[in-house]
Ligand binder design. Structure first.
Ligand code: RUQ
Ligand code: CUA
Ligand code: CA
Length: 642
C-alpha cells in the first residue's frame, strides 16, 4: 500500500513549520500569505507518495459500478453560489442542487410565484436579493441522531437562514435575521433544556460575526465601541426569530450540547476591533457559552429590550451583566487568540475550539461549564481540560466515535488525527501521553472537514471528507479560476488513508455526511400540498377578472391540457401549471419565449408564474425537460392579442 505518512509527519517537519508560524505568520495578516507561499514543496510530484496517489484499500473503493448506490448522503453548502448540494458518498458524485437564496434556471427558482414568496420580494415584485454566501449546513436531530426532517443553511451576506425539507429536498422557508450582519455559524439544538420529552430539534442557533450600531440606521457610525453583535435563536418549525442575545465581542461558529442546555460560539474578536490588527491585539479570545434555559426564562419574565423596529426580545449577555454565575445567561471561556471552529464531540462531553492563529486545540468539558453556572466551579477557566498543540492553522474538527478527533490544519495542509482522552492526560501533566495519532497531507489548505455521522451520537468512523480551499495543479487547468478539491479519507483504521479526490465548483464550505437509511425522500408530490392544483384536466382554461387573467393548465406526457390560450396585451397573466403525471421521474418544463419564463413541475406538483402580457404575438410555450419520445412536440401556443 502506498500510504505511508510517518515521514512527513515527523515532529521535525511539524516543528519547523511551527517555528515559522510563531515568528512570522502571526505578526499580521500573513495568515493568507503564509497559506499561499508556505508550501512550495507540495506539488504532487514532490509531495511524497502518500497523499498524491489514491490508496488501493480493499474495503474502501469509492468507485461504484453502474447501478450501485452510495451508502451515505452528503449535504454540502455551496458557498457563494448560494445553493445547497447533495452528494452521494463514498463516490463523491453530486446528485442534486437545491436552490435556496439565489435564483436557479433549472427549476425556475426565483421565477415561480411560490419560490419568490419564499425568497422574498420588493414592493415591485422583484426579488429582494439575488446573491448569497452559504457556509454552514446542519440537519434536524432526534435522540442525538439525524431524523430526516430538515436541514438549515446560512446566508452570510444578507443574514438569512433557509430551511430545506428533506422529504422533497426543497427549500420551504427563509428568514432574515434582524439586528445583525455577517450571520455565519448555525447549529440546531438536539433536545430541550428543560422538557426531556422534547428530545428533538426545536431551535436553531445563529451566530453573527460583524458588530454594527444598534439600530443600524445611520447613528453611531463613528463610534465603533458602540457596535454590537448578537446570537440569535430561530424556531425550527415556524422559522420565526425567538430571541437574541446582545454580547461582547463577536460570534463565529456554533455548537450545541446533546442535552439542549448549552450552545456556544467561538469568538475571534473579543477586542470588538474594526481593523484586523485590532482583532488580533489580545492574546486570548473566548468560547462564549449560552445557558439556554436561563435565557428563555429571562425572555418569559420580560427581562429584555428590543432594537429599532424589530419586535424580537433581546436579552443582555454582555460580560458586565453576567458576572454572577448563579444568574448568568452567558459564560466567556478564555481560549487562545482568534480561534475558529467549535465542534461537539459525539460522546456529548466536550466542545473543541480550533486555534486558527494558535497551533492548538482547546477541549472544554461541558459538565464543568454547567457546574460553573450552578456555582460549583469557582473558576470558569477550569472547564478547559486540554489545550494542546496539534499543528499550524487548526480550523475545524470531526470525530470518529472512538475517541479521536480530526482537525484540519490550514497552514500545514494536513489533517491531524488526535486522541481527546490522551490530550486531556497530557494537559493534566502526563507528558508521556501521545495524543497525536496520525497526520495526513491533503491538497491543499483544508478548511472544512467532517466524518460520517460525526456530529451525532452515532459517529461511525468510516469516512472523512476534507474540503481543500486550493487545488492548484491537481486538475486540468481551466484558466485562472480553479475548482476546490474535495478529498475522501478512510478513517476506519489507525492510519488515515486517502481514497479519492474530485474537483468541485467553488466554493463549498461546511457539510455533513450521514447514513442513507436516515432519509426516506418522496418520489412524487401530493396534489393536496398545493392549494392551486388543477386536479382534473377539464378544469383547464382561461378566466378573466378585469385585466387579471388566470390560465390553468395541466401536463401529461406528451401534451399540455390546452393546445392554445389567448390573452390580451396589457393583461396581468397568472399561469398555473399542474403536472398530473404520477410516475416517478416524469418532470415537465414550461418555457415562454420572450417572457423570461422557465420552470419545471415534478410529478403531481403545481407551480405558478405571473407576468405582464406586454408583447403581442404568438409564443410557443414548450416543455424544457425531456419527458417522452414526443417531448419536442409537447407545446402550447400563447396568443397575445394586440
Ligand atoms: S468557516 S473555512 Cu464558514 Cu471555517 Cu468556512
Ligand atoms: Cu414534457 Cu418534455
Ligand atoms: Ca482576537
Amino acid at each position: 500500500m502506498s500510504h505511508k505518512k510517518d515521514d512527513m509527519s515527523t515532529e521535525a517537519v511539524g516543528l519547523g513549520r511551527r517555528r515559522f508560524l510563531n515568528t512570522a505568520a502571526l505578526t499580521g495578516l500573513t495568515l493568507g500569505v503564509a497559506a499561499c507561499n508556505d508550501k512550495p514543496e507540495t506539488a504532487p510530484a514532490a509531495s511524497g507518495t502518500s497523499a498524491a496517489a489514491p490508496a488501493a484499500h480493499a474495503n474502501s473503493s469509492t468507485h461504484l459500478k453502474p447501478g450501485e448506490l452510495d451508502t451515505y448522503y452528503g449535504i454540502w453548502s455551496g458557498g457563494h453560489t448560494g445553493d445547497m448540494r447533495i452528494l452521494g458518498l463514498p463516490s463523491g458524485r453530486e446528485i442534486h442542487r437545491i436552490p435556496c437564496f439565489v435564483p436557479d434556471a433549472l427549476v425556475g427558482w426565483g421565477v415561480t410565484n411560490e419560490s419568490k414568496a419564499i425568497m422574498g420580494t420588493k414592493p415591485d415584485g422583484h426579488l429582494r436579493y439575488t446573491v448569497a454566501d452559504t457556509h454552514h449546513t446542519h440537519a434536524s436531530y432526534k435522540d442525538g441522531n439525524y431524523d430526516g426532517r430538515y436541514a438549515w443553511i446560512n446566508d452570510k451576506i444578507n443574514s438569512r437562514i433557509a430551511r430545506v425539507r428533506l422529504d422533497y429536498f426543497v427549500c420551504d422557508k427563509i428568514t432574515e435575521l434582524p439586528n445583525v450582519q455577517g450571520f455565519h455559524g448555525i447549529f440546531p439544538d438536539k433536545a430541550d433544556p428543560v422538557d426531556p420529552a422534547i428530545n428533538y430539534t426545536t431551535r436553531v442557533f445563529c451566530g453573527a460575526e460583524f458588530a454594527i450600531p444598534l439600530p443600524n440606521n445611520g447613528g453611531d457610525i463613528d463610534k465603533p465601541e458602540k457596535y454590537r453583535s448578537m446570537f440569535t435563536c430561530v424556531d425550527a418549525e415556524s422559522m420565526e426569530v425567538r430571541w437574541q442575545v446582545l454580547i461582547d465581542g463577536n460570534c463565529d461558529l456554533t455548537a450545541t450540547s446533546y442535552d439542549g442546555k448549552l450552545a456556544a460560539t467561538n469568538q475571534y474578536n473579543i477586542e470588538n476591533g474594526v481593523h484586523y490588527e485590532d482583532m488580533m491585539s489580545s492574546e486570548r479570545d473566548a468560547c462564549l457559552f449560552f445557558n439556554i434555559a436561563r435565557i428563555e426564562e429571562a425572555v418569559k419574565a420580560g427581562k429584555f429590550t428590543t432594537v429599532g423596529t424589530s419586535k424580537v426580545p433581546v436579552v443582555d449577555g454582555t460580560r458586565e451583566s453576567n458576572k454572577d454565575p448563579k444568574t448568568a445567561l452567558t459564560a466567556y471561556v478564555s481560549v487562545p487568540k482568534n480561534p475558529h471552529g467549535v465542534n461537539a464531540s459525539p460522546d456529548a462531553k466536550y466542545f473543541i475550539c480550533a486555534g486558527k492563529l494558535s497551533p492548538t486545540a482547546t477541549v472544554i468539558e461541558l459538565s464543568k461549564v454547567l457546574d460553573w453556572f450552578d456555582g460549583k466551579l469557582a473558576e470558569l477557566d477550569k472547564a478547559i481540560v486540554a489545550e494542546v498543540e496539534i499543528g499550524l492553522g487548526p480550523l475545524h474538527t470531526a470525530f470518529d466515535g472512538r475517541g479521536n478527533a480530526y482537525t484540519t490544519l490550514f497552514l500545514d495542509s494536513q489533517v491531524v488525527k488526535w486522541n481527546v482522552d490522551a490530550a486531556i492526560k497530557f494537559h493534566a501533566g502526563d507528558k508521556a501521553a501521545k495524543y497525536v495519532v496520525d497526520r495526513l497531507d491533503v491538497h491543499y489548505q483544508p478548511g472544512h472537514i467532517n466524518a460520517s455521522q460525526s456530529e451525532t451520537r452515532a459517529a461511525d468512523g468510516k469516512y472523512l471528507a476534507v474540503g481543500c480551499k486550493f487545488s492548484k495543479d491537481r486538475f486540468l487547468p481551466v484558466g485562472p479560476l480553479h475548482p476546490e478539491n474535495e478529498q475522501l479519507i478512510d478513517i476506519s483504521g489507525e492510519k488515515m488513508v486517502l481514497l479519492a479526490d474530485h474537483p468541485v465548483r467553488g466554493e463549498p464550505h461546511d457539510f455533513i455526511i450521514f447514513k442513507r437509511d436516515l432519509l426516506k425522500p418522496k418520489q412524487v408530490y401530493d396534489l393536496d400540498e398545493f392549494p392551486l392544483a388543477t386536479k382534473d384536466p377539464k378544469e383547464s382554461g382561461v378566466t378573466r377578472n378585469g385585466k387579471k387573467v388566470t390560465v390553468r393548465i395541466t401536463s401529461q406526457a406528451p401534451a399540455f391540457s390546452l393546445r392554445e390560450f389567448t390573452v390580451k396585451k396589457g393583461d396581468e397573466v397568472t399561469l398555473i401549471l399542474t403536472n398530473l403525471d404520477k410516475i416517478e421521474d416524469l418532470t415537465h418544463g414550461f418555457a415562454i419565449p420572450k417572457y423570461n419564463v422557465n420552470f419545471i413541475v415534478n410529478p403531481l406538483e403545481t407551480k405558478s408564474v405571473t407576468f405582464m402580457a406586454d408583447q403581442p404575438g404568438i409564443f410557443w410555450c414548450y416543455c424544457t425537460h425531456f419527458c417522452h419520445a414526443l417531448h419536442l412536440e409537447m407545446r402550447t401556443r400563447m396568443i397575445v392579442e394586440a
